[in-house]
Design a protein around this ligand. Structure first.
Ligand code: AGP
Length: 609
C-alpha cells in the first residue's frame, strides 16, 4: 500500500526521503515521487512510475535539494499507475501526499471544477490539493485552511502538506491511516511507518485518529479531532535495526521462515508456568473477566483469518464454548447477533488493516463483553483501540507473505485457549498438555526447517503447473487453506484448499495426472478418513505430495511422495505443519522466478478498503 515520508532539517533532506521510500518498498507500490522545497522557496516535484530506483534515476537527471520535503510510494486505487497519477499532487504553490481513500472525492471534484480548478490526474488525492489551495486562497492562513479541508473530506487518510509560503513548515494529519512524527536533533520527520525512518531516529510520536500537526525543525504542535492542542508522548521504537536486513538470506520471506523458532520463543516468554498460564499480561480487567466469557467471535483477514479458523477448533473442543470466525470485510457490513458475554477477537499482524480496524470499530456498539486485539505491532491502531491486547513478538515482518506472524498468532491463540480453560476451571491435564507442547514447539519447528532441501527438490514439480489442490482435515484444514494462499500469493499458481472430505462433492473432477495435490496428514483421529480421501486422488492419477507424521505409514507409489515430520501433540500439530507449506511456496516461487518478497498487485499492509 502507499507510503509517506517527510522531513524538515538544516541539511539536504532528499537522501532521507529516498532511503525512507526504499524502506517502505516492501509494502507494495507502483510509482513514487518527491516534492522538495528549493532554497528559492519554490517546490520542485519529481515523479516516476515503477520502483524507487526509477525515481532516483529521474532525480539524478533533475537533482532536488532542500531542507523540507515530502515523498510517497503509490499503490493505485483511483486511476491507473502512471506518472500523472503519482504523488505528490500540487496546486497553487502547495504539494500533498496521501495514503487512504477520500470517499467524497467525486462531489468535491465537481465543486472544485466549478471553481475553476483544473485536474491533471484521476486520483482522489488531487481533490485535497485543490481544496486546500482554495481554502488558503480565502483565508491566507495555512493552518486554518488545513483544518477546513480536513473538515470537508470523508474517508481514510494520512496526509502531508508543504507550501511555498511556509518554507519552514510541514503539515500532516491522520484519520484511518497510520502516521508517526520522528524526533531528531533540531530536525523532524514524518512517515506512515516508523520503519521508514529508522536510519535517522528511533524516537516517535504516534498520531491518534483525527490528529493534525504543524511541524518545524524545532517544534511539533499537535491538535486532536476537537481542535484541542494535545501532547503525544515520544516513544522509543523497540526493534533492532538488523531485523530490517536480509542478512545472509536471499529473501526476507526465507529469513522470516527461519526466524520462527525465535519468534515463537519470544511470544511465549513470560507466559507459561509449569501447570498454569500467566494471565496477568492481559491486564487486570481482562484477567478477572476471562471466566465470564461464554462465546467468542473472531474477525480478521487473509492469513490472520486462517489463524482464527484454527483457534475455533481449539476453543470449541478444549474450552467448550462457541466460537465463530469471519472475514472482516463481510463482518463489518452485516447484522451481527452477539450473545451475552461474547468476546470479540480481532487478529492482525500489522494492526492497520482497514477492514479489521473497521470491524473493531463496528463491534464497539454491538454489546460485546470486551474486544481483544491480537497483534504484532504494539503501537498500532488496532491495539490502541481494543479493550484488551495480546501481543505476538515476531518482530518486523517485511515479506508480503505472512509467515512468522501466522505461527506466532497460532501460538498466542493456543495460549489464550489454555487461559480460558484455566479461568473456567476446566481440564487440568489439557492445560499441562498445551503448556508442554508449546514449550517444545521451537525445537520442533527447528526440525521441520531441516526439510528445506527436500522440499526445494519437490518444488521443481511445480515448474509447469498452473493449478494445485491442498487438502486437510480438522485443525489442518485451515492450514491447507494457508498453504494454498501462500502458493497463489507468491508463485501465482492457482491453488485451492478443501476439507478433504469435500473432495468427492466436486473438486475430484479436477484431479488428473497434471494436478498436484498437497495434503497435510499428521496423526490424529481423522487420519484414517484422510487416507481414504487420498486414495481417491491416487486412483485418479493425481500427483500426491503428503506431509505426514513419521509414526504413520503412507503408501508411496508412482508419483506420490511423502515427507515426514516428527510426532507432536495434536494441539501444536497445525503450527508445525505450516512450516513445510511455507517452504514449499517459497521454493516454488523461486522455480517460477517471481518477486518473492513483493508479489505483484499485493501490499503488506492493506490500509484501504
Ligand atoms: C498474508 O500472506 C497476506 N499477505 C494477507 O492475507 C494478510 O494476512 C492480510 O492482509 C491481513 O493482514 P494483517 O494480518 O496485517 O491484518
Amino acid at each position: 500500500m502507499c507510503g509517506i515520508v517527510g522531513a524538515i532539517a538544516q541539511r539536504n533532506i532528499t537522501p532521507i526521503l529516498i532511503e525512507g521510500l526504499r524502506r517502505l518498498e516492501y509494502r507494495g507500490y507502483d510509482s513514487a515521487g518527491v516534492a522538495v522545497m528549493n532554497d528559492d522557496h519554490s517546490i520542485q516535484r519529481v515523479r516516476a512510475v515503477g520502483k524507487v530506483i526509477e525515481l532516483e534515476k529521474s532525480l539524478s537527471e533533475t537533482p532536488a535539494l532542500g531542507h523540507l520535503g515530502i515523498a510517497h510510494t503509490r499503490w493505485a486505487t483511483h486511476g491507473k499507475p502512471a506518472e500523472h497519477n503519482a504523488h505528490p499532487h500540487i496546486s497553487d504553490g502547495l504539494a500533498v501526499v496521501h495514503n487512504g481513500i477520500i470517499e467524497n472525492h467525486a462531489p468535491l471534484r465537481k465543486k472544485l471544477k466549478e471553481l475553476g480548478y483544473a485536474f491533471t490526474s484521476e486520483t482522489d488525492t488531487e481533490v485535497v490539493a485543490h481544496l486546500l489551495a482554495y481554502h488558503y486562497g480565502q483565508s491566507k492562513d495555512l493552518l486554518e485552511a488545513f483544518r477546513q479541508t480536513l473538515g470537508e473530506i470523508h474517508g481514510a487518510y494520512a496526509l502531508a502538506v508543504i507550501h511555498e509560503d511556509e518554507p519552514e513548515t510541514l503539515y500532516c494529519s491522520r484519520m484511518g491511516s497510520p502516521l508517526v512524527i520522528g524526533e531528531g536533533v533540531e530536525e523532524h520527520y514524518i512517515a506512515s511507518d516508523p520503519l521508514a525512518l529508522l536510519q535517522v531516529t528511533d524516537c516517535f510520536r504516534y498520531l491518534e485518529e483525527g490528529d493534525y500537526a504543524r511541524v518545524s525543525r524545532e517544534q511539533c504542535d499537535i491538535w486532536n479531532i476537537k481542535h484541542e492542542a494535545v501532547e503525544r508522548p515520544v516513544k522509543r521504537y523497540e526493534h533492532a535495526a538488523h531485523s530490517l536486513d536480509k542478512g545472509e538470506y536471499r529473501h526476507f520471506m526465507l529469513k522470516e521462515i527461519y526466524e520462527q523458532p525465535e519468534a515463537i520463543t519470544q511470544t511465549l516468554a513470560g507466559t507459561l508456568g509449569d501447570d498454569h498460564v500467566l494471565t496477568a499480561l492481559l491486564g487486570p480487567e481482562a484477567e478477572t473477566r476471562l471466566a465470564d466469557i461464554e462465546h467468542v467471535h473472531i474477525v480478521a483477514c487473509g492469513t490472520s483469518f486462517h489463524a482464527g479458523l484454527v483457534a475455533r477448533y481449539w476453543i470449541e473442543a478444549q474450552v467448550g464454548i462457541t466460537c465463530q470466525v469471519e472475514v472482516a470485510s463481510e463482518y463489518r457490513y452485516r447484522t451481527v447477533v452477539v450473545p451475552k458475554n461474547t468476546l470479540l477477537i480481532t487478529i492482525s499482524q500489522s494492526g492497520e488493516t482497514a477492514d479489521t480496524l473497521a470491524a473493531l470499530r463496528f463491534a464497539k456498539d454491538q454489546g460485546y463483553l470486551a474486544t481483544l486485539a491480537l497483534c504484532n505491532v504494539a503501537g498500532s491502531s488496532l491495539v490502541r483501540e481494543a479493550n484488551w491486547r495480546l501481543l505476538t513478538h515476531a518482530g518486523p515482518e517485511i515479506g508480503v507473505a505472512s509467515t512468522k506472524a501466522f505461527t506466532t498468532q497460532l501460538v498466542a491463540l493456543l495460549w489464550l485457549t489454555t487461559a480460558l480453560i484455566q479461568a473456567r476451571g476446566g481440564d487440568k491435564q489439557q492445560i499441562i498438555t498445551n503448556i508442554n507442547a508449546l514449550k517444545s514447539l521451537p525445537g520442533m519447528v527447528e526440525q521441520a526447517l531441516q526439510l528445506d532441501t527436500r522440499i526445494a527438490e519437490l518444488a521443481e514439480r511445480f515448474a509447469n503447473k498452473h493449478h494445485a489442490l491442498f487438502l486437510g482435515r480438522g485443525t489442518h484444514f485451515p492450514i491447507a487453506m494457508e498453504g494454498a494462499l501462500k502458493l497463489k500469493e507468491i508463485s501465482y499458481i492457482h491453488a485451492e484448499a478443501y476439507a478433504a472430505g469435500e473432495l468427492k462433492h466436486g473438486p475430484l473432477a479436477l484431479v488428473d495426472e497434471n494436478m498436484p495435490v498437497v495434503s497435510v496428514a499428521p496423526s490424529g483421529s481423522l487420519l484414517e478418513k484422510l487416507k481414504s480421501n487420498l486414495e481417491e486422488v491416487r486412483a485418479r492419477g493425481g500427483q500426491l505430495i503428503t506431509f505426514a507424521c513419521e509414526r504413520v505409514e503412507h503408501a508411496e507409489e508412482g508419483t506420490a511422495q511423502t515427507i515426514t515430520l516428527p510426532w507432536v501433540e495434536d494441539c501444536i500439530s497445525p503450527i508445525l505443519y505450516t512450516i513445510p507449506l511455507q517452504l514449499l511456496s517459497y521454493h516454488v516461487a523461486l522455480v517460477k522466478g517471481t518477486d518473492v518478497d513483493k508479489p505483484r498487485n499485493l501490499a503488506k499492509s492493506v490500509t484501504v478498503e
